[in-house]
Structures are given as structure tokens and as C-alpha cells.
Ligand binder design. Structure first.
Ligand SMILES: Nc1nc2c(c(=O)[nH]1)N[C@H]1C(S)=C(S)[C@@H](COP(=O)(O)O)O[C@H]1N2
Ligand SMILES: [Mo]
Length: 521
């Protein structure tokens, strides 16, 4: 019935066109990642879009991801993005069954998204535009070639369509795989440099004297047999929280720290400058503001580094300055720390270079991070720190402040029950109860435990290590068979007991008593 006489291109089969879309996008990502690996790792369009998503994500989504996936939130985000991309790529392919133009437009749109993500990144330099450009170029080229090659051709014109398409698909896939592998190989190379640098720092730290030693941890400072953590958390078990999709790979030799802004004299310190200063070692408990009542985002380590107060005094803080804004080497994250806290003589704020007898692990801030006892990490514990700007809270807002979190971030007095486990069971009779409490920098003077609706009773406190660290406690309760609840509350060294009032982690840390339900049988 058709009256059309002009020759028309036949539609590509659905499966072929979807494959063309997916292969083109794979080639685009491979090319972008490869070029990024060569010129500027942070400019990989895929990672830049991920960083953009993290920066723009609404608060509820961030909190949901943290509570649902914990430290796995980043792989989950990247996997989710990959699924969306494959679906979008297949869709673009399917829209291009007649002509390649719709697919070209879709890849251009993805390319623009990559451009925008890279260009809006706080660490942007023009060379970062190369990776998204290579990505879009490669994607469009591969799409056009594949589309042309997938067209049916006369039997006399050479190898049949299926053979050609298979061959080209293999080539495109190979190119994408090569791109990713080469980028990965480069990553490994950087990783190799990094571990070499870490080994050197670890060795240097072992050979250097200490102006201040971490206290010996007395026997009786922890009750791991009764279910508390060990007093020091191993580096492998230390909680990890950050927004970095890619851990910065700067070596100690490449590192420097600039201290500027409202100072009498601007300072630039290299890593060797740091090691030439008196090294101090302090045992410090770090807590994340996102730690729920009873949560796991609390750990303790021996940090070694240089006294941050001394450095700030050397730079000279101008009158009126009330904030030190610290920035990580990727430029993606900032924290604002109150100047008055940093200048307290007994606070013990550190520029840390080592943790539990070795260089900082990469994920905990190698080569240098800040640690400030008694402040939540988001206002104080900048990892991979390379810039300290002395300024005011009025002039500059740090990363989490822009997202609604509180300004000063002092750690709230808290306590946690580690044994018995929630919803666990125990034989009726005497049941051991043990856990941790913290109130840095003051320390803990009392912990009380309550069984069901009974009176509060004092628990035995473990030997004190210092106000900057957690303190373990233990006791026991006498229970009849059945379901029971134990609750805990702690009092700090000034005599103030933690509040019973329940508060969410947002905006400045959770409050309320931790309680645990268990069954005696
Ligand atoms: N560069 C950078 N530093 C950072 C963060 C971050 O996202 N980026 N997160 C902070 C937060 S919220 C906390 S609680 C601590 C956690 O340090 P850890 O991962 O070594 O335990 O690091 C802080 N330093
Ligand atoms: Mo945090």
C-alpha cells in the first residue's frame, strides 16, 4: 500500500541498536577515564558526576545513604550511576534505529553533563575539560561508525553485517576496556608511589624522638573480654567517614600546607618542615556527628604529629578572626574550626602525620590531617589537609555548614552499652553489662546503669587514660527469666550528666540514653 518511492534506511534490529548505544557509551567512559588518568584523575567525567551528585544530594538522601549503606555508600552510588547509564545508553541506541542523530544528541547531552560536573568542581582547572571532551568525542565517533557498519549491505559488498558488527563491537569493547585498564594501571602506579611514600614516612616516624609521649594504656583500661572495644582501635577497624569518591594520592614529598588569611605572617610548610618540629603523640577518641545513640562511628587511636596551636601562634592570628577553614588537597571538602578552641593550651589539637605507629592510612588522610579532641570530625578533622585559612564564620561557610549542620560542633557527652547485645539472650541470674562513655576533652567521672524501671546504680569505671579519650565501664545486673531492658547514662568530669532528651544527629549530634533489650532464659 505504501506509495513511498524514495529509498529509505531500514530500521536496525532492536537488539543491535541497543548494543550500539551501550558500546558507544562504554567507549565514551573508557576514553574519558583514560584521558583523566593521564592529565588529572579527578576530572574523570564519571567520578565528577558522582561528586556532583554527592554535593547536590538533599540532606535526607545523604542521611539515608549513610544509614542504609554506611561506608559502602560510595560503591553503591557508583553502581547505581552505572545502572542508570547503561539503561540510558540502551535507550539512546533504541531511539537511533533509523538514524544515528538521536543517539549522537544523547551522548552530547551526557557529555555536557560531564562538562558541567567537571567545571563546577571546586578543584577545577581548564585542563580538566580534556577528559569530558575526549569522552564525548569518542562516544560520538564510535556511535556513528557502529551505526554505519550495522546497516545491511549487499552480499557482494564484503563480509556480512553480522561478522562486521561482531568485529567492531569487539573492537569498541576492547577500546573501552583498554581505557579503563590503562586508567586503572595508572591508578596502580600512583598507588605504588603512595605506598612507597607511606613506608618512608612510617620509617621516619619510628626514628624520630617524641617531645610528648602517648600514655601507656594500663591493663584495666578496657574490658574487651566483656564486650567493649579494645582501648585503641586498630587502623583497619577505625571508622571511616568522608565524601571522597577518590582518595587523594598526594605523596609526602609533594605535600605542603599553606596557612594564610587573617595572620601576621603567612606560612608554607613542607612535610620535612613538619618532621623538623617537635613531634607530639596523643591518644584521642574521634566521634562523628552522624553517630546515632548506640552507634559505631567512634574510635580511638594514638595520633602523632605537630601541635597545631604552636603553628597558629607562629603565624599570628589577627584580632577578630574566629574560624580556621581547612581544605583537603582535592579542594572538595572544608571544615571550619573555632579559633578559640584551637588556641586552648590544653586542647591538644594536632596536625597528625601518623596513627597507631605508622603513617596515616590513605583513607584516614595521608600524608597529613587535622585532629581536634572534643570536636566532631566535620568541624575539625580534615583529612588530606593542604590549606588553613584564618577567617571568620561570617565570611566563609564550610562544607557541612552549607548543608544545615551546626557551627561549632562540640562533642556531646554520650555512653553506649556493648554487652549484652541488643535483642540478644543471656542465662537468667547475673548478667554482665559493659560499654563505653566519652565526653572529650573533659573526661568521664561517673557511669550509671538502670535495669527495667529500677533505680540508677553506679557502674565500675575502667582506669582513666585521659579526658580526650573514651572510658570503659562495667557492672552486672540480676535478672529473672523474661525480657529486660538496660539503660546507661554518663556524667562528665565537671559533674554534668548527659541529657535524656532524644535528639537526632542533625544538626549537631544525637542525644538521649542508650538502652538495650535482651532476653534472660
Ligand atoms: N577531606 C575530608 N576530611 C574529612 C571528611 C571528609 O568528608 N573529607 N569527613 C570528616 C568527618 S565528618 C569525620 S567524622 C572524620 C572521620 O575521620 P576518619 O574517616 O579518619 O574516621 O573525618 C573528617 N574529615
Ligand atoms: Mo563526621
Amino acid at each position: 500500500m505504501s506509495t513511498t518511492t524514495a529509498p529509505r534506511t531500514p530500521l536496525l534490529p532492536r537488539r543491535t541498536s541497543a548494543l550500539v548505544g551501550v558500546l558507544s557509551v562504554a567507549a565514551a567512559l573508557g576514553a574519558g577515564h583514560l584521558v583523566a588518568g593521564l592529565v588529572s584523575p579527578a576530572s574523570s567525567p564519571f567520578l565528577a558526576v558522582g561528586n556532583g551528585a554527592i554535593a547536590l544530594a538533599p540532606q535526607w538522601l545523604v542521611e539515608f545513604a549513610k544509614s542504609a549503606f554506611g561506608t559502602a555508600d560510595k560503591p553503591v552510588l557508583l553502581a547505581g550511576m552505572a545502572v542508570v547509564l547503561v539503561a540510558a545508553a540502551a535507550g539512546a541506541g533504541l531511539a537511533s534505529r533509523a538514524r544515528p542523530q538521536p543517539g549522537v544528541r544523547a551522548i552530547t547531552a551526557l557529555g555536557l553533563l560531564g562538562f558541567a560536573a567537571v567545571a563546577l568542581s571546586p578543584s577545577f582547572t581548564p585542563v580538566d575539560l580534556l577528559a569530558p571532551a575526549a569522552s564525548a568525542g569518542a562516544g560520538i565517533l564510535v556511535l556513528r561508525r557502529l551505526h554505519a557498519l550495522a546497516q545491511p549491505r549487499p552480499a557482494t559488498a564484503g563480509p556480512d553485517r553480522r561478522t562486521v558488527l561482531t568485529g567492531v563491537s569487539a573492537a569498541a569493547f576492547g577500546a573501552a576496556a583498554f581505557g579503563s585498564l590503562a586508567a586503572g594501571g595508572l591508578g596502580q602506579l600512583l598507588g605504588g608511589r603512595l605506598s612507597g611514600s607511606r613506608d618512608e614516612v612510617t620509617a621516619a616516624l619510628r626514628g624520630l624522638p617524641r617531645a610528648e609521649h602517648a600514655p601507656a594504656i594500663p591493663a584495666g583500661a578496657a574490658f574487651p573480654d566483656q564486650g567493649t572495644p579494645t582501648f585503641r582501635t586498630s587502623n583497619a577497624d577505625f571508622y571511616r567517614i568522608d565524601t571522597a569518591l577518590r582518595i587523594p594520592t598526594q605523596t609526602a614529598a609533594d605535600w605542603s600546607l599553606r596557612i594564610h588569611g587573617m595572620v601576621g605572617r603567612e606560612l608554607v610548610l613542607t612535610f620535612d618542615d613538619l618532621l623538623a618540629r617537635p613531634l607530639v603523640e596523643r591518644t584521642i577518641t574521634m566521634i562523628c556527628v552522624s553517630n546515632e545513640v548506640g552507634g559505631e562511628y567512634v574510635s580511638t587511636a594514638d595520633f602523632v604529629g605537630v601541635d597545631l596551636r604552636a603553628i597558629l601562634l607562629e603565624a599570628g592570628i589577627a584580632p577578630g578572626a574566629d574560624q580556621v577553614l581547612s581544605t583537603s588537597s582535592d579542594g572538595l571538602w572544608t571544615a571550619g574550626t573555632p579559633v578559640d578552641v584551637l588556641l586552648e593550651p590544653d586542647r591538644g589539637a594536632l596536625l597528625a602525620v601518623g596513627m597507631n605507629g605508622e603513617a596515616l592510612p590513605p583513607e584516614h588522610g595521608f600524608p597529613v590531617r587535622m585532629v581536634v579532641p572534643g570536636l566532631y570530625g566535620y568541624v575539625s578533622a580534615t583529612k588530606w589537609v593542604t590549606d588553613l585559612e584564618v577567617t571568620t564564620f561570617g565570611a566563609k561557610q564550610a562544607y557541612w555548614l552549607q548543608r544545615g549542620w551546626g557551627e561549632r560542633g562540640p562533642v556531646k557527652t554520650q555512653s553506649r552499652i556493648d554487652a549484652p547485645r541488643g535483642y540478644g539472650s543471656a542465662p537468667a541470674g547475673r548478667v554482665a553489662v559493659a560499654g563505653i562513655a566519652w565526653s572529650p576533652p573533659r573526661g568521664i567521672s561517673r557511669v550509671e546503669v538502670r535495669l527495667d524501671d529500677g533505680p540508677w546504680a553506679d557502674a565500675e569505671l575502667a582506669t582513666e587514660v585521659g579526658g580526650r579519650t573514651w572510658r570503659m565501664w562495667r557492672t552486672s545486673v540480676d535478672v529473672a527469666p523474661g525480657s529486660h531492658v538496660v539503660a546507661v547514662r554518663a556524667t562528665d568530669a565537671d559533674g554534668t550528666t548527659q541529657t535524656e532528651e532524644r535528639a537526632d544527629v542533625l544538626p549537631d549530634g544525637a542525644t538521649g540514653y542508650h538502652s538495650v533489650v535482651f532476653t534472660a532464659s
